[in-house]
Design a protein around this ligand. Structure first.
Ligand code: ARG
Length: 590
């Protein structure tokens, strides 16, 4: 017996086929197969109820007709029963559970199973996207962490994924910054070079502040800074060099954080990349009647919209300069035409929702009026990281917490945990483990929340072996690996031949959880919400603990031992695959 990876979709299809034979599909029947409450079965189809209501018929009788028409193969894998007013319940038979577990025996095979959902699609994920010449602070955590998980989920489901860091590398701040940079170069070149070599972003921040204060105190400096900006915008070679240097150094510094988080971008086409592409946007939007001049600026109104009828989308400033909106519009077009994308996911704070709504609405009309096909545009929004006082997380003195410091503190706190729990390991081993546990804890605490909500950042809760945490899951992985190690078995090739079907209640519960991996992936990927996968992994680890507590693995009976090793091994690969999809690194021991 060989089973499809996604059993819920498989049952959905089987029900649709049965419904088609009854002539219900054209009348709008939808099976609506979901993962069921374990008390009822593995999956439940509710579609007969809504359909019966519309058809004014008895739902239970309709459900029965559907079940009678089901392909016989469904009955050989599942017990099919009717319940309540017309639910159809499916419970996988132990032999089917075994067959699924035998088929999906490695990370690569799990991916092979999942890869049909988005096969042939190309997605751009626009994430992290900080502004250059500034440090990344805690406000930049979520986009990077959630964005990377989304890239991995999409790729796992078969999409070609392009990772784009849409950095803010073009703006009025460069006038003051370049002025102060030139000042420092003229007066203290050696000190500048040292500072840039040691702490480049701190130095740029310092220079910007110096420039800002000087401009406030002296109008002549303000003028000088403005003219540096104009020179930059006009392509002055010296200013362009300084600007390039600032951006290059910024990206290199960002990369140190990305390395810790396991992120590698395909490119960082920042706002400046679109400088020569905005003129076409102004022209086209005016030609197709979307944009109009208003007091010297170029704006787009959306008359049908409750707010954007009054509040226009400003796409060119009064002084003729481009802005966030013009570059974002140029970005939509460039991505659509250059990479032929099917979708773009913008992983950006919910506070930019108005901007995103106006952008998407404008792009939709623009593409429609110019006969282009608009890719799917998704604002993957997220809430704020809060401190324990329920206000945006800050240092005690009220400053932004640097991401660098936050990750360093996570490692230090993880080391305390590891040193206490794993006294038998050498200090070097403990440090290596803490490095992974610390960063993973921060990533996981972020990912395990529904991204649309705010969450409270609590060190004690997130760096803990109890609860839905990274340490708990990494520990579950390490524990399974240690079972193989102690038994002298290779976890890549466990001796599972001759395994019998799961039998005890704990074996069955664990096997059922394992099979639901596909549903968790599908849910997390279709909604671009990684917390569904987190919750699944947490429940899987719980089912494993319950199994391991009562069912001894290394028993004498060969087929029982083989099936328990099979369950251990498949739990291991599903946990590892899931954690890797979230962007976490896993450990062999802990
Ligand atoms: N640089 C922007 C900021 O710091 C985020 C850019 C997000 N991406 C985009 N295509 N707008 O707020």
């Amino acid at each position: 017996m060989s089973l499809p990876f996604a059993l819920a979709s498989h049952l959905d299809l089987a029900l649709q086929t049965a419904a088609a034979a009854l002539g219900w599909v054209e009348r709008g029947f939808l099976p609506e197969v979901r993962v069921a409450d374990p008390a009822h079965g593995d999956f439940q189809a509710n579609g007969a109820l809504a359909f019966a209501k519309r058809e004014k018929q008895n739902p239970r009788a309709l459900a029965q007709q559907l079940v009678d028409r089901l392909d016989p193969s469904v009955r050989s894998t599942c017990e099919v029963t009717l319940a309540g007013p017309g639910f159809i319940n499916f419970r996988l038979k132990p032999a089917a559970l075994l067959a699924w577990l035998q088929d999906y025996d490695s990370e690569a095979h799990l991916q092979g199973g999942a890869a049909s959902a988005k096969a042939g699609q190309t997605w751009i994920v626009d994430y992290s996207s900080p502004n250059t010449a500034k440090q990344m602070h805690v406000g930049h955590l979520r986009s990077a962490v959630i964005g990377e998980a989304i890239c991995r989920l999409l790729a796992f489901s078969g999409a070609r994924v392009i990772r784009d860091n849409h950095i803010g590398d073009w703006g009025t701040q460069f006038g003051k910054l370049i002025w102060a940079y030139k000042q420092a170069q003229a007066t203290a070149p050696a000190a500048l070079a040292t500072a840039l070599a040691n702490e480049p972003l701190e130095e740029f921040e310092r220079l910007y502040k110096a420039g800002h204060h000087a401009a406030e105190a002296d109008p002549a400096v303000l003028d000088a800074a403005r003219s540096e900006l104009v020179k930059l915008q006009d392509g002055d070679a010296v200013n362009l060099d300084i600007w390039r240097h600032i951006n290059g150094v910024s990206l290199a510094a960002f990369q140190q954080i990305y390395d810790q988080l396991g992120i590698r971008f395909d490119f960082a086409h920042g706002e400046s990349f679109y400088n020569d592409k905005v003129a076409a946007v102004y022209r086209e939007l005016q030609q197709c009647g979307l944009a109009q001049e208003s007091e010297g600026a170029l704006v787009v109104f959306h008359p049908e919209h409750p707010r954007f009828a009054q509040q226009p989308f400003l796409i060119r400033k009064k002084d003729g300069a481009s802005n966030y909106a013009s570059t974002d519009l140029a970005t939509v077009l460039h991505r659509a035409e250059t990479y032929h994308i099917d979708g773009a996911a913008y992983v950006i704070d919910f506070r930019q929702s108005d901007h995103m709504d106006q952008l998407f609405l404008t792009a939709q009309k623009w593409f429609e009026r110019t006969g282009r096909k608009l890719p799917r545009l998704e604002h993957v929004d997220f809430g704020t990281v809060l401190g324990e006082d329920n206000k945006p997380l800050k240092t005690r003195s009220g400053e932004n917490i640097r991401l660098k410091d936050l990750l360093a503190e996570a490692e230090a706190r993880a080391l305390a945990l590891v040193a206490e729990k794993s006294r038998d390991l050498t200090p070097e081993e403990q440090t290596g483990i803490a490095r992974i546990v610390g960063v993973a804890s921060v990533q996981y605490a972020d990912l395990s929340q529904n991204r649309s909500s705010d969450y409270v950042f609590t060190w004690d809760k997130m760096i803990s072996l109890d609860g839905n945490t990274a340490a708990y899951l990494l520990y579950a992985v390490a524990r399974i690996r240690s079972i193989f190690r102690k038994a002298g078995l290779d976890p890549a090739r466990p001796p599972v031949a001759g395994a019998s079907a799961p039998e005890t209640p704990q074996e069955l519960a664990l096997a059922r959880r394992l099979v639901q991996f596909s549903d968790a992936i599908l849910l997390a990927t279709s909604q671009l919400r990684p917390h569904f996968l987190c919750l699944y992994l947490y429940e899987l680890a719980g089912a494993y603990s319950a199994f391991y507590a009562v069912d001894r693995v290394m028993v004498d009976a060969a087929e029982v031992r083989a099936r328990r090793l099979l369950l251990c091994h498949r739990t291991l690969i599903v946990l590892e695959t899931g954690l890797h999809l979230l962007g976490l690194r896993t450990l062999e021991r802990m």
